[in-house]
Design a protein around this ligand. Structure first.
Ligand code: 173
Length: 319
């Protein structure tokens, strides 16, 4: 009897050791086209996790918008259809309206991790997205409105402009008509004249050939791009400390890649000029007014949808 008990205990111990030592595989999707500006750093992150996490954790990269429509990625993380994703908050405001505030929170992540912003944003993701907020990328990458029709003041009256929630309020505030599309539909919408322009960050317009259908870039740049790495919360909880450490270390490394952005922005602006895309600049006073308006309408919109969390996010942002 004793022997049987000991043998089965030993067998049990062996099987749990084997289970905890097993390499776990996470399924990953990116909401931006593979190999493009807003997906590349995440693809580097995957490589790093797969190298540093050998024997512990592995990420299987399923792909980008061809594998899953961008506006569905947030929900796929929530429901654990996938374990980890590269996705902007702008694509999941239907599930978490506060995600629209992230564009207004423009401090570097090193600071947001110290001043309570990361913690609060993570809590919101836990509650509303069943997700862990592993990383945020693209500090220092602001947005622009790009146009095919010339304007002589900062007024979008009569213009149809492709948006996501990032740009909707400011486009409307300046009299434009917002039309929401995922990035994959921008080229055709411009080519067919369905829209007269679009919102997009300062970088990345060459990735999908939009330079061929873009004449003007409206200055100044506004807000700050954010693309997040989210992990399904059940997946996150199922990982052991060593596996979480691999992901967390790689996340901090990924956020560190933001130091490359200033140089990337400069070279993209240069490339736009060489491609004949003309910057429309209406001077310091008009620019200042525009930035103030963009900030105001952005916060108003977030706070209207989520008063308490919105106010707290604004406080944390300093904007
Ligand atoms: O324009 C967009 O599709 C958008 O909202 C976005 C957000 C972050 C990075 C790039 C694009």
């Amino acid at each position: 009897m004793r022997n049987i008990l000991l043998t089965s205990l030993a067998a049990f111990a062996l099987s749990t050791t084997a289970a905890s030592a097993q390499e776990v595989t996470l399924r990953a999707v990116t909401a931006f086209a593979e190999g493009t500006q807003f997906s590349k750093p995440f693809e580097r992150f995957i490589e790093k996790v797969n190298t540093d996490g050998k024997g512990l954790i592995k990420i299987q990269f399923i792909g980008g918008p061809r594998a899953m429509p961008p506006f569905e990625v947030g929900n796929a993380v929530r429901t654990k259809v996938i374990d980890i994703a590269n996705v902007t908050g702008a694509f999941y405001t239907n599930l978490m309206p506060e995600a629209d505030a992230l564009k207004l929170m423009t401090k570097p992540m090193s600071e947001q991790r110290k001043n309570g912003s990361w913690e609060f944003i993570n809590q919101l993701h836990n509650q509303k997205m069943n997700a862990y907020f592993l990383a945020r990328q693209f500090h220092n990458v602001p947005f622009h409105i790009y146009l095919n029709k010339k304007i002589d003041k900062l007024d979008f009256t009569g213009l149809k402009i492709r948006v996501t929630p990032v740009y909707r309020d400011i486009v409307q505030a300046l009299g434009g008509t917002p039309i929401t599309t995922p990035p994959g539909e921008v080229y055709t919408a411009l080519e067919r004249g369905v829209v007269d322009g679009y919102g997009w960050p300062v970088s990345g317009i060459f990735d999908l050939g939009w330079d061929k259908v873009t004449k003007f870039r409206v200055d100044p740049a506004f807000y700050g791009a954010e693309v997040n790495v989210l992990v399904n919360l059940d997946t996150w909880k199922s990982l052991n400390d060593a596996q979480r450490k691999v992901l967390t270390d790689a996340a901090l490394w990924l956020e560190g890649l933001d130091s490359e952005n200033v140089a990337i922005n400069a070279s993209e602006r240069d490339r736009q000029a060489k491609a004949g895309i003309q910057a429309l600049d209406f001077g310091a006073d008009e620019s200042k007014k525009f930035l103030q308006r963009a900030n105001d309408v952005g916060w108003q919109s977030v706070i209207a949808k989520s008063p308490d969390a919105g106010k707290k996010l604004r406080e944390l942002s300093g904007n």
